[in-house]
Write a protein that binds this ligand. Structure first.
Ligand code: NIG
Ligand code: FE
Length: 405
């Protein structure tokens, strides 16, 4: 099957890079104006200027001056959940903080309770419905975490649902095991026993069914210490799961050093950073994933990504879509927030949400840029967006006209 897209106003992110961008590279967004692009069997096989368009037998799509670019990769989500937490949303409006809500039995434990009450089929239906909507907004590769189960049975239920999504959707989906998302009430005074359950029961069962690609821990005061994080990551690594870790959301407690030691693919959140944290990350391959929509929704500081880019750290952007801290999955809004609140330029933010985001899921060799031989995971934007700077400028819209996979 050959497709040719002609009259592309701006063909964005035209480069051969296969790894995450850093430093000054982040400021460049290479593009071709007035371009064509050929897709052969789902692979980008050719592109160039319209006045050099080849004459080939192909299904022709006329972009009519529209922008064509790589899809967004959302490398951090909790898309599988049983119920909304809109009640907590109202509590927040009335003055409670995210941490206060969690202490009152809301938060992650509230979602875990709902998770025990839902059947696997119903959970799949809910999640599939959401994922369809997420894709309509231009997300063409996604990571989904467990972590609202917090028991062997319920964690497996979540991960089996993610596996079914992988089987039934045509976009790349990566599964992350986040059994260490919170300490269940029953283990409140005996965290060690819960950690043993994660390591000795959950992980072997997950490995048997091949249910996860990555291991995650919420490394935070009141959740898991840096030392405990290290122990759990190590156990995951023994089962072939690479670390992707929730770190430095509210406090810096030494997690970055541990995550980098265990060669984490990414460390995510990073709203609170020390000089040491910047230093450690700048000498590592670990990608720093910022989640500005979480900062927006629960009203906490934004990750200092501008400084990270200055320090040569590879920065990516994701939504953190989840029912508690971030009930939003619009990557376009994330890109806008990164520009408005974190002062990234449109070039930096788009790089962070395409190529670097793909790298945060180890997919940048096959997608994330317009490059011959990469998969044609692309989107064509709506007619009112004439220049790439207008992608973050028209904030919180859905700029996507059509998606190609
Ligand atoms: O990334 N911080 C930890 N986990 C999620 C929130 C989970 C929840 O509140 O349900 C996050 O923000
Ligand atoms: Fe998260």
């Amino acid at each position: 099957m050959v497709k040719i897209i002609k009259n592309i106003g701006q063909l964005l992110q035209v480069r051969d890079n296969k790894d995450a961008l850093r430093g000054k590279e982040m400021s460049q967004l290479p593009l071709i104006e007035n371009a064509y692009l050929v897709i052969k069997n789902g692979i980008i096989s050719d592109f160039g200027l319209m006045n050099e368009i080849p004459e080939i037998e192909a299904e022709t799509i006329d972009a009519n001056g529209r922008i064509v670019m790589p899809v967004w990769t959302d490398s951090h989500t909790h898309l599988v959940f049983a119920a909304s937490r809109a009640g907590e949303f109202v509590d927040k409006i009335n003055g409670l903080t995210y941490e206060e809500i969690a202490r009152r039995g809301g938060g992650i434990l509230n979602s875990a309770k709902k998770m025990t009450e839902i059947t696997e089929d119903k959970l799949y239906e809910k999640s599939a419905t959401l994922l369809k909507e997420v894709i309509r907004y231009g997300t063409g590769a996604i990571e989904i975490k467990s972590g609202y189960g917090l028991s062997v049975e319920a964690e497996l239920k979540m991960l089996r649902v993610i596996k079914r999504l992988k089987q039934n959707f045509s976009i790349p989906i990566k599964a992350t095991f986040l059994g260490a998302h919170a300490v269940p009430e029953a283990y409140k005074n005996n965290k060690k026993v819960y950690i043993d359950l994660i390591i000795n029961q959950m992980l072997p069962a997950i490995a048997r069914e091949n249910l996860a690609d990555y291991i995650d821990v919420f490394c935070e005061k009141g959740y898991f210490t840096a030392e405990e994080t290290g122990e759990i990551l190590q156990a995951g690594i023994r089962y072939g799961l690479k670390p992707k870790v929730h770190i430095n959301q509210f406090n810096s407690i030494g997690g970055i050093e541990i995550a980098v030691k265990y060669q984490a693919v990414s460390v995510d959140h990073l709203e609170v950073m020390t000089d040491d944290d910047f230093e450690i990350l700048s000498h590592s391959k670990t990608i720093a994933t910022a989640l500005p929509a979480c900062s927006f929704f629960i009203d906490i500081p934004y990750a200092p990504v501008k400084h990270m880019i200055d320090k040569n750290i590879a920065v990516s952007l994701a939504t953190d879509f989840n029912p508690g801290s971030t009930p939003g999955f619009n990557m376009n809004f994330v890109v806008s927030l990164a520009c408005i609140q974190q002062k990234l330029t449109p070039e930096q933010a788009i790089n962070a949400a395409t190529l670097n985001a793909a790298a945060a899921l180890e997919l940048s060799k096959e997608m994330g840029s317009i490059s011959k031989g990469k998969k044609a995971r692309l989107m064509m934007l709506k007619d009112f967006i004439k220049d790439y700077k207008e992608i973050p400028y028209y904030f919180a819209t859905n700029p996507v006209e059509e998606i190609f996979f």
